[in-house]
Design a protein around this ligand. Structure first.
Ligand code: 3H9
Length: 695
């Protein structure tokens, strides 16, 4: 079926693109649109055309699933060129969203009307490419260099109202019926005798591109799409329009070939793949409108905030009135922060607070549809809470624990209804971080899992299914690569060198900065907990214990690995070098940045392979999403498993063999890694087969 149809009435042609779910500009759409424009040009009964998108949005952009393959003609720039050079006016009727190539189509039209609430943006750099269908040439002509550079480099969509004041669109509609309003606009233009108005004929932009370049280099270190997009804009400032378009095309094609593009597009599809869990396809989730949260610390308050932002009714339980008041104060602060960030308006903030009860009596949870427990991380405490919850919660209520590593099966056994129990591992701050590990225990009912996934969607989170083990997906893998980092420090590397090498690799923070943020007492408690079951050859990071005993607990005490007395960023401290040196035993050596990264990544990928092999993570891509969204892994590298494929699984195995020469207890290759190398397969292959297995 042709996704592009035309209706002509009263001299007005209405061309509609209907390609669900987002009207992506795939091959059939490009072909259909090119034909529709040619037909309109040759149709003597039609004097003006309106271009619309069917469904909930105008156009979502080029079809990303076609990237990486040869693109069939007509190309999008050629279709847009045909629109712009048409001898009769064409109006873009924009509603919902016009993104990437979708906005570029609108910019090729001669007039633009958008409905209130529409988002207009050029998000291409988030995919490692640049607007490659005239966006870098037409946007600056319409809105000037500064706004265009912000839209293209920042990749954040702007509102229809802002688009109107910037000159990106010509008219703001009422929003009742986009097509009818655009047809009205067409009548007005016809009666005014309006002619086509090609953006290409507008003067080239002027301004200070060097400043934008310097800002982009500082804000997106290691990434190439942002500065390359600025190169394309710069070309348009000095060249003819056609030469500028040719240069944009050349740079676009170059970016298409980069590993960064492949990594970012992998991230885009992986984030959507995790949310569609095969085992709950067709399973009806339970109804959720009232949520209970037990515990009002940072985590509990963050979970409550997230639920309030999603319009749920929240009852938060604390142990006494003072703690309940403190929790309410934290939640109020969180909501005020959301207002400041523009995520919430003042009226909705007030409504949210009216939907919150902070109380001390657990009986108040008797009408909750779901309860999330976020109390102290101890099995005894959690089991006691679940036993009490079992006594008060209504039948059918979902009982969730926010534990970050404890055995959810054991917690479930504290109730008489283990099939209603599930783990919901939020990441701190819970109202901001998108990741949610959904820990499915042995007895968890499928509709409870479906409810958790439906809740995640409502909260705007990305849910990743995890199985039960110590630390689930993320924290289990973290404990291994964290140990690899600690071993290097024990053997002579400075924590500052380790952090720097990993930041240079692209991590948001190094592991010792993360320790300072989390608190060194957390790591100490974990080591103590695991000490009884530790293997005699496990190497304890004695320097971390020494810092803990010195009261350097991290940011909260003003010092940890770094000193925070002068700057919030933290400064290296010679006292730490001395503590670390005296806590070491044995000989020390230097580590290059390259070796630091190799060891850290090999430990991460190796443990991740075990996690996949054991079914704790469904597929390699689930691990990727956990690390991209919860652990500051550089998005442009696509996640550890995508990165490992590009690096070479055989090279990782060789690295492990090399490291095992001095420590064959820690460095043991995961069976899956060995198998994949023997079979000449990759994690990407496994993503595909596991998807088919579950289809
Ligand atoms: C571009 O335009 C390049 C040009 O400059 C140059 C060309 C020469 N293509 O996100 P959702 C799928 S680059 C293919 O859950 P929402 C998505 O995978 C493009 N598929 O919905 C999912 O599929 P499934 C620039 C796409 O309502 C389904 O649609 N454009 C595309 O939460 C629903 O998606 C962008 O970067 C696509 N372009 O959000 C926009 N977009 O159900 C990217 C979506 O099988 N898209 N899909 O998993 C978005 O930001 C959001 O999808 C959107 C809707 C806001 C549109």
């Amino acid at each position: 079926m042709n996704p592009v149809t035309t209706r002509v009435s009263d001299g007005i042609a209405v061309i509609t693109i209907d390609n669900p779910p987002v009207n992506a500009l795939g091959h059939a759409v490009r072909q259909g649109l090119a034909r529709a424009v040619a037909d309109f040009a040759g149709d003597e009964t039609a004097r003006i055309a309106v271009l619309c998108g069917a469904g909930r949005l105008f156009l979502g952009g080029a079809d990303i699933s076609e990237f990486g393959k040869p693109l069939a003609d007509p190309s999008l720039p050629a279709v847009i060129d045909a629109i712009e050079t048409c001898a009769k006016p064409i109006i873009a009727a924009i509603h919902g969203a016009a993104l990437g190539g979708g906005l570029e189509v609108a910019l090729g039209c001669h007039y633009r009307i958008a409905m209130p609430g529409t988002k207009l943006g050029l998000p291409e750099t988030t995919l490692g490419i640049l607007p490659g269908a005239g966006g870098t040439q037409r946007t600056p002509r319409l809105v000037g260099l500064d706004i265009a550079a912000d839209m293209i480099v920042g990749a954040k969509p702007i509102s229809a109202a802002d688009a109107l004041s910037a000159g990106l669109i010509d008219r703001l509609g009422q929003g009742t019926d986009p097509e009818a309003e655009a047809v009205d606009y067409a009548r007005t233009l016809l009666s005014d005798g309006a002619a086509p108005r090609p953006t290409r004929d507008m003067p080239a932009p002027k301004g200070d591109i060097a400043t934008h370049r310097a800002k982009a280099e500082a804000k997106y270190p290691g990434q190439i799409a942002q500065v390359t997009a600025l190169d394309a804009i710069a070309a348009g400032m000095t060249m003819s329009f056609d030469d500028g378009i040719a240069e944009e095309r050349r740079l676009f094609q170059t970016l298409m070939q980069t590993p960064q593009r492949a990594g970012l597009i992998h991230a885009f599809f992986a984030e959507r793949a995790v949310a569609k869990l095969p085992e709950i396809a067709g399973v009806e989730p339970r109804h959720i409108s009232r949520i209970g949260v037990i515990g009002g610390g940072t985590m509990g308050a963050g979970i409550a905030t997230s639920a309030l932002l999603a319009g749920l009714i929240v009852t938060l339980i604390e142990r006494d009135a003072t703690s309940a008041d403190a929790a309410r104060a934290t939640i109020t602060r969180n909501l005020d922060g959301a207002v400041k960030r523009g995520k919430l308006d003042g009226a909705r903030r007030d409504t949210a607070l009216e939907s919150l009860a902070t109380v001390t009596d657990i009986d108040a949870l008797s009408d909750a549809d779901i309860v999330v427990e976020a109390v102290f991380e101890s099995m005894d405490v959690k089991r006691e809470v679940f036993a009490r919850l079992d006594a008060v919660a209504k039948p059918g209520a979902v009982l969730a624990t926010n534990t970050s590593y404890l055995d959810v099966n054991k917690i479930a056994q504290a109730t008489a209804r283990p099939s209603d129990v599930i783990g919901l591992h939020f990441f701190s701050p819970a109202h901001i971080m998108k990741l949610l590990e959904v820990v499915v225990a042995d007895a968890t009912a499928p509709d409870v899992t479906a409810t958790a996934f439906a809740l995640a969607k409502r909260l705007g989170k990305t849910p990743v299914r995890a199985g039960v083990c110590d630390g689930f997906i993320g924290n289990r893998i973290l404990s291994q690569y964290r140990a690899a980092a600690d071993h290097m420090v024990l053997d002579g590397a400075s924590p500052y060198d380790v952090d720097r090498a990993l930041r240079d690799f692209g991590f948001a923070m190094g592991p010792y900065q993360v320790s300072d943020l989390a608190g060194l007492d957390i790591g100490f408690a974990t080591r103590e907990r695991k000490a009884a079951t530790a293997h005699p050859r496990d190497r304890r990071p004695t320097f971390a214990d020494a810092l803990y005993h010195a009261g350097r607990l991290g940011q909260k005490t003003g010092s940890g690995y770094y000193d925070y007395s002068e700057s919030r960023q933290g400064m290296p401290d010679p006292a730490v070098d001395a503590i670390v040196a005296s806590a070491r035993s044995g000989t020390t050596r230097d580590f290059t940045d390259e070796e630091i990264v190799r060891r850290y990544m090999a430990a991460m990928v190796n443990e991740a392979a075990r996690v996949v092999d054991e079914g704790i993570a469904l597929r390699p891509l689930d691990v990727d999403v956990v690390f991209l969204q919860g652990y500051g892994f550089p998005r442009y590298r696509g996640g550890p498993m995508h990165w490992a494929d590009a690096y070479g699984l055989d090279r990782i195995l060789a690295d492990i063999a090399e490291f095992a020469r001095t420590d064959d207890h820690f460095w043991q290759p995961a069976p899956l890694l060995t198998r994949l190398v023997e079979e000449g397969r990759s994690f990407a292959d496994l993503n595909k087969t596991r998807r088919e297995d579950h289809a």
